[in-house]
Design a protein around this ligand. Structure first.
Ligand code: AHR
Length: 495
């Protein structure tokens, strides 16, 4: 393969990387909450019943905004079921995932977990079976000083100080016919506007995420978003994007090029935001919140058959999936000017980087690219000028073998590189046009010969990020050889 050259300039900026792009998503689904983050009977449980092994592992990802309680679950959830003394909380029949929900973990437990983990709370209100008033009551419960009904209820439940939840999602995937309370765009827009107005009247400091259409494959894609943003007007701070991808055709090079279509989805959704802003002659610009994204295509077991904490959608991830997760994150960095929040779906057991089995815990390959990016997220995204070999794909046009993104923090350059070639190493040279790259502060790589390789409880460390030492520096440039099917994250010192 011919060499690739990457040219950057510290003044060719895309925008500051919002740390909320490194968010997660915790839904009452399968074993995400129970047997995931919360398991009082586990030997790993702390005094609050949270699993310390799961927390310690997730802490490495330095996640920020943590979306909760769903997902599809949110559209049938009544938050009052999940507060107050545990023995008085109802067990309910949960319809989104056909499970039994005991409500042992609710708003106050979630907030406590967020505080322990340094996560930013992000709540999704129920606009399926819930009313706009119920949504507004939740804002009062979380954010207002005691003295009125719901704020005093929180205080009576042991939380005198407000939880101060700034980020609120106006429902979930409401254009999906599978969604409890699914409605057409105009009806959703009315519900969302009514809820948003009352929520904001309860707390002026909150930020609101309008529920966008739930994917590029939907007939409603773009038109739903246009109608909703138009109707919500200045009430919408963000609009949500969702995307799950997979290698259904077992065509690895094509799959690895899915980044092209993620770039495109972000750009199209931003175009809708700009269109509506221009049409409304408004100063207010809605930004993008990619509040569900991941690989998900192998396991669609979504029926809990009435059980508590059933095993649902516990996807096993391989090396090529990890490279695609890196692809999402490249794309997010490349769109730092418009994408302000993103939440990998999800965090434990359910389509997640971490799996539990009894007392044991397994780190899946998708964990590593998230960790490698997240450790280096502070700074400004730079435009990447890439000159190198490319290949044609079945679904995503032409893709360079090297997928790249870069973040500059004034003193160091963080460079993220994926070699998508299935069989050849790539020779990559990076240069900063207005500075010298002189040494590596740190560098790691995730690689392997087999795109289908996975970690298992028998072989937990088959795939993991390891130090990457083979970077040479000459004439202010950095040069490295990336093995086939690899993702590397480099932090380079500047002179
Ligand atoms: O993350 C799993 C599910 O995927 C979410 O509940 C839903 O919003 C989406 O369809």
């Amino acid at each position: 393969m011919n060499p690739t050259t990457i040219t950057l300039h510290s003044q060719f900026r895309i925008g500051p990387v919002d740390e909320r792009v490194f968010g997660g998503f915790l839904e009452h689904l399968g074993r995400a909450v129970y047997e995931g983050v919360y398991e009082p009977a586990s030997p790993h449980a702390d005094a609050d019943g949270f699993r310390t092994d799961v927390m310690a592992t997730l802490r490495r990802l330095r996640m920020t905004a943590m979306r909760y309680p769903g997902g599809n679950f949110a559209s049938g959830y009544h938050w009052e079921d999940g507060v107050g003394p545990r023995d008085r909380r109802p067990a309910v029949r949960e319809l989104a995932w056909q499970s039994t929900e005991p409500n042992h973990f609710g708003t106050d437990e979630y907030i406590r977990l967020c505080r322990k983990m340094d996560w930013t709370p992000m709540l999704t209100v129920n606009l399926g079976t819930g009313t706009p008033e119920e949504a507004r009551n939740w804002v009062e419960y979380c954010n207002c000083p005691p003295g009125t009904r719901y704020a005093s209820l929180r205080a009576a439940n042991g939380h005198e100080q407000p939880h101060d939840v700034k980020l609120w999602c106006l429902g979930n995937e409401m254009d999906g016919q599978w969604q409890i309370g699914h409605v057409p765009a105009d009806q959703y827009a009315i519900r969302a506007q009514q809820a948003a107005k009352m929520m904001r009247d309860t707390d002026r400091s909150i930020e609101l995420v309008a529920c966008g259409s739930c994917g590029t494959g939907m007939a409603t894609y773009m038109e739903w978003d246009r109608q909703v943003l138009d109707y919500l007007g200045d009430l919408a701070d963000y609009v949500s994007l969702h995307r799950y991808v997979g290698n259904r055709d077992n065509d690895t090079p094509n799959y690895l090029a899915v980044t092209n279509s993620i770039d495109r989805q972000i750009e199209e959704m931003d175009a809708v935001c700009r269109f509506v802003q221009a049409k409304r002659r408004s100063k207010k610009r809605a930004y993008l919140c990619f509040d569900e994204w991941n690989v998900w295509y192998k396991n669609h077991d979504a029926n809990g058959a009435g059980k508590f904490a059933p095993h649902l959608i516990e996807e096993i991830y391989n090396l090529e999936d990890a490279l695609v997760v890196a692809g999402f994150l490249h794309s997010f960095v490349r769109h730092a000017d418009v994408l302000k929040i993103a939440n990998i779906a999800q965090i434990v057991n359910v389509i997640a980087p971490v799996l539990t089995e009894g007392d044991k815990l397994l780190v899946q390959p998708i964990f590593y690219p998230f960790e490698m990016f997240s450790r280096r997220r502070a700074g400004t995204a730079l435009r990447v000028a890439l000159d190198g070999p490319a290949y044609d794909t079945r679904s995503h046009g032409t893709a360079p073998y090297i997928d790249a993104s870069a973040i500059h923090d004034g003193k160091q350059l963080h460079l993220f590189l994926t070699n998508r070639h299935p069989g050849e190493a790539a020779d990559v040279t990076a240069r900063l046009a207005d500075g010298d790259l002189v040494s590596a502060a740190s560098a790691e790589i995730l690689a392997g010969p087999d795109p289908k390789a996975v970690n298992s409880f028998a072989q937990p460390d088959l795939l993991q990020a390891v130090p990457f030492a083979e970077i040479a520096f000459a004439n202010g440039q950095a040069r490295c050889q990336l093995p086939p099917l690899s993702f590397a994250a480099l932090t380079l010192n500047l002179r």
